[in-house]
Design a protein around this ligand. Structure first.
Ligand code: BDR
Ligand code: CA
Length: 319
C-alpha cells in the first residue's frame, strides 16, 4: 500500500454515508481529522451539525472541533434536503433527534472562517475533504482566495464524468446542492481529486458485508450496520439493488486519501452549469481542447475488492 499521511478538515452533511466515511477516517492512522465543518444537504444544517457532534461523542473524539457552516446555497434558491434517503434524523432513523451530550458545542466560527484560518495558519499542510454541497469551500474561497495556494489538496465526493446523475439525468447530489460553489471550486488554482459516481457506485456493500461488521462486535462496525438499514431500503426501492446493497459514496473520498492506488484517475477540466436542464452537471473536457480551468483528477476506476477489505479491516479492528 502506498503510504501517506493527511491532516484533513472534513466538510460534511451527515448523513449515513458521511458517518460511514468519518468513522473510517477516525480509525485510520494515515488520517488526522483536525476539524469538521458542517453544511446543509442530506438534512438542514442544524441536523447535520447535531449529527457531527453526536458522531464525535459516539466515537470518543470530542477533542475534534466542529464548525457549523452554510444553511443554504451561495446563489441558487435552496433545494430539497434528502431525509427520504437518510431518514428523518439523517442517520437512518436511529432516534438522533437531539444531542447525545448537551455539553458539546460547535466552535464560535463559521465553517468558512474555520477553513481559512486553519489553512492559512498551516500552509501546505491541510487537505480539504468535502462530501456534501461545496458551499463552505466556495465561501472560504471568496473570503480568502489565497487558500488555493496554501491548501495541500482538495478531495471531493461529488460529480460524475461518464456515469449518469443521481438527482437529475446529469447531476450528482452534492454538486446540484450548490452548483455555483462547485463551479468556483473547479475553477480555483488548487489540486482537486473528484471521487464521483463513476467510482462510488462501483463499490457496494451488501447484507453479508454488514452482517460481518455486526458479528465483529466492534462498536464502529455495529453502528454502521445499524444506520445503514434505512439506506438499504432506499437503494432497494430507488435503484432496485438486490441483497441489501448500497453505494459507497463518501467513504470513497477517505479510501482515496488512505490508499490512492485503489483508484485510477484521469485529468480533465470541468465546467458546471448553474441553471437550466444540465444544472449541476460536471461537464468534463475529455478531449482536453475546450476548457482552460485547472485539470481535476477524476477517479474513473476502483479496485472494489481491496477497498471493501480495507474498510472491513478498519471498522472491525480498533488498534
Ligand atoms: C452524495 O449525496 C449525499 O446524499 C451523500 O451523503 C453523498 O455525499 C451522493 O451523491
Ligand atoms: Ca454526504
Amino acid at each position: 500500500m502506498e503510504k501517506r499521511f493527511s491532516k484533513i478538515i472534513f466538510d460534511t452533511d451527515p448523513g449515513i454515508d458521511d458517518a460511514m466515511a468519518l468513522l473510517f477516517a477516525l480509525r485510520s492512522p494515515e488520517i488526522d481529522v483536525v476539524g469538521i465543518t458542517t453544511v446543509f444537504g442530506n438534512s438542514n444544517v442544524d441536523a447535520t451539525t447535531r449529527n457531527a457532534l453526536n458522531l464525535l461523542y459516539f466515537a470518543g473524539r470530542t477533542d475534534i472541533p466542529v464548525a457549523r457552516g452554510a444553511g443554504r446555497p451561495m446563489v441558487n434558491p435552496p433545494g430539497p434536503t434528502a431525509e427520504w434517503v437518510h431518514g428523518d434524523d439523517a442517520m437512518g432513523n436511529i432516534g438522533w433527534n437531539s444531542q447525545l451530550n448537551p455539553a458539546q458545542h460547535p466552535v464560535h466560527r463559521h465553517a468558512a472562517e474555520f477553513i481559512v484560518e486553519n489553512i492559512m495558519a498551516h500552509p501546505g499542510e491541510i487537505t480539504l475533504v468535502t462530501v456534501g454541497p461545496m458551499t463552505n469551500l466556495g465561501l472560504a474561497l471568496q473570503l480568502e482566495p489565497r487558500i488555493a495556494q496554501n491548501v495541500r489538496e482538495v478531495v471531493i465526493m461529488g460529480g460524475n464524468v461518464l456515469a449518469s446523475g443521481n438527482v437529475s439525468p446529469f447531476a450528482e447530489a452534492n454538486i446540484m446542492g450548490d452548483p455555483y460553489a462547485a463551479a468556483l471550486l473547479f475553477s480555483a488554482e488548487w489540486h482537486v481529486t473528484m471521487a464521483g459516481l463513476d467510482v462510488t457506485q462501483r463499490t457496494q456493500m451488501d447484507t453479508p458485508y454488514f452482517d460481518a461488521l455486526t458479528l465483529s462486535g466492534d462498536p464502529f462496525g455495529v453502528f454502521v450496520s445499524q444506520i445503514v438499514r434505512f439506506y438499504q431500503g432506499f437503494h432497494r426501492e430507488w435503484y432496485d439493488y438486490k441483497n441489501g446493497a448500497v453505494d459507497t459514496h463518501d467513504p470513497s473520498a477517505i479510501a482515496y486519501l488512505i490508499d490512492p492506488s485503489l483508484f485510477m484517475g484521469e485529468y480533465y477540466s470541468i465546467v458546471v452549469p448553474v441553471s437550466g436542464p444540465a444544472e449541476g452537471m460536471t461537464i468534463a473536457d475529455r478531449r482536453g481542447k475546450f476548457y482552460k480551468t485547472p485539470k481535476v483528477n477524476c477517479l474513473m476506476r476502483v479496485d472494489s475488492t481491496r477497498f471493501l477489505d480495507l474498510y472491513m479491516q478498519r471498522l472491525t479492528h480498533d488498534e
